[in-house]
Design a protein around this ligand. Structure first.
Ligand SMILES: C[S@@+](CC[C@H](N)C(=O)[O-])C[C@H]1O[C@@H](n2cnc3c(N)ncnc32)[C@H](O)[C@@H]1O
Length: 465
């Protein structure tokens, strides 16, 4: 057992605390969180935000490709399962139009540091359409030669030719959806994929020179047992990914109606979910992976781990990132853009997205302009979730506030968590303890003004554990 193994293992006290603090809560990929984006935010506001962008900042581009060949019953993403490839034609045309309209308002000297294709399944697109899309993106934006370029990939239906097209177009990172390798679980979520298949796509990615291979897993899927999930984890570790994202299954059937296809009686109970999480920590810790914080694991030499050590890690809609100082320009249905003080989300439906873009070049559905208080609280939540500490004195200087007074509400709410050993704090510093690492969402909530003000009876989020 090495040090990491010990660090990541849960004690029975932690298990009790997880039960105690299991509440519906946000994951803080944004603050304010998406439910607080509002439709009063209009296209004119977004045009103003584009004009006000700081020219020195880098750009992170995102394009949402919502199509999937089939429906995974657990899916919480904005996607359209269809075998009708012709649907991509108007969609790709709208993407092109939206990129052109946006690029016309962006200083052409600004450099793209990061580019991500997400979904849905971006590799639903035929290889030549991936080439054409990337050609358009390069035509509109100035992509740095060393930009981090990544793509989400469903291993099923993927051909080597897709990965060749991605590599030819500068992609250096790839993220494969694995979720669970047990055939019973795969059947319950309508996603059958063999061990041979995953091994093959990972081998292709290595052969073709992708510098980082990420695998996604989900804990809490129907029919998962400790024994079966251990089998999944052992196989996954055997494929030696550079990173792993282990998401807690977000069961929100009141939002994602198709999740009703999952038999709730098949879902693992609380104790099993915790045991599964413990198996994740033990197996990944034992294999030398470092837990970055919420959901993410990487090798000790990975830049996310280094950024965490250097306190330059940041969180955005794609999870943890090393690109803090970038504006996110996002294209496609449901995609979310972000500048220093704005979040803007596009129309979610394919037809409404395409119609709006055809009419004006944009498809603003909702958004929010951040107040100074929002920005201060976002920074505090981010620092706690990324650095696992908050230096109140330095933070106060940076924002020109007395942080102890400013966060009096948060410190009062943190008190019970401190009593349970999840955080330690005094007048100058808040620190997440080792046990507290599994409670980052709960700690974040103490700083979240909207969460506290919201009516308690409205289930907007999945549970924290
Ligand atoms: C947008 S999906 C893209 C992956 C790709 N379409 C595939 O199927 O492999 C990104 C990841 O989100 C995760 N995910 C999707 N729905 C989820 C849910 N309801 N709860 C937790 N994680 C989820 C899965 O791990 C998935 O691989």
């Amino acid at each position: 057992m090495n040090a990491n193994h010990e660090d990541l293992t849960m004690t029975s006290t932690t298990l009790e605390l997880l039960q105690k603090y299991s509440v519906a809560g946000p994951r803080y990929t944004s603050y304010p969180t998406a439910p607080y984006f509002h439709t009063g935010y209009r296209e004119a506001d977004w045009l103003e935000a584009l004009a006000a962008m700081q020219p020195g900042r880098g750009i992170s581009l995102y394009a949402h490709i919502p199509f999937c060949d089939s429906l995974c019953y657990y899916c919480g993403c904005n996607m359209v399962a269809t075998r009708d490839y012709s649907k991509t034609v108007p969609y790709l045309a709208a993407l092109e139009r939206e990129m052109a309209a946006t690029a016309a308002r962006v200083d052409p000297g600004r450099v793209v540091r990061q580019l991500h294709l997400g979904g849905g399944t971006p590799t639903y697109l035929h290889p030549d359409d991936i080439r054409a899309l990337m050609g358009r993106m390069r035509g509109h934006f100035n992509i740095a030669p060393d930009a981090e370029i990544s793509c989400e990939v469903d291993p099923r239906e993927l051909t080597r030719e897709h990965l060749v097209a991605l590599r030819e177009n500068g992609f250096n990172r790839v993220s494969f959806g694995v979720q669970d390798m047990d055939p019973k679980v795969q059947e319950a979520v309508n996603r059958i994929q063999s061990e041979f298949l995953i091994r093959q796509v990972v081998d292709w990615a290595r052969e073709l020179g992708f510098s980082s291979v990420n695998l996604d897993l989900i804990v809490g899927l129907p029919r998962q047992t400790l024994e079966s999930f251990r089998g999944t984890l052992e196989r996954v570790v055997g494929w030696s990914p550079d990173r792993l994202a282990v998401f807690a299954y977000a069961h929100v059937p009141w939002i994602k109606k198709h999740q009703r296809l999952i038999q709730e009686s098949d879902l693992p109970d609380f104790a099993t979910r915790l045991a599964l999480q413990q198996a994740v920590n033990e197996t990944l810790g034992g294999a030398g992976y470092v837990n970055i914080g919420l959901d993410h694991y990487a090798r000790p030499e990975d830049e996310l781990v280094r950024a965490q050590q250097n306190k330059t890690l940041w969180r955005n809609f794609q999870g943890y990132t090393t690109h803090k100082d970038c504006d996110i320009l996002a294209f496609g249905a449901s995609s979310i853009s972000q500048t220093v003080d704005v979040y803007m989300q596009n129309e979610k439906g394919l037809k409404s997205y395409e119609a709006r873009v055809t009419a004006t070049g944009f498809a603003v559905e909702r958004g929010i302009k951040l107040s100074l208080d929002d920005r201060i609280r976002r920074e505090a939540i981010t620092r706690v979730m990324c650095d696992l500490e908050l230096d109140l004195a330095a933070f106060g200087q940076e924002w020109n506030i007395d942080a102890t007074t400013y966060f009096a509400d948060a410190l009062a709410d943190l008190r019970p968590l401190a009593d349970d050993g999840l955080v330690a704090f005094d007048a100058s510093r808040i620190e997440v303890t080792r046990a507290g690492r599994m409670f980052l969402r709960n700690i974040g909530m103490c700083f979240d003004r909207y969460f506290k003000e919201a009516a308690a009876d409205k289930p907007r989020y999945s549970r924290t554990a």
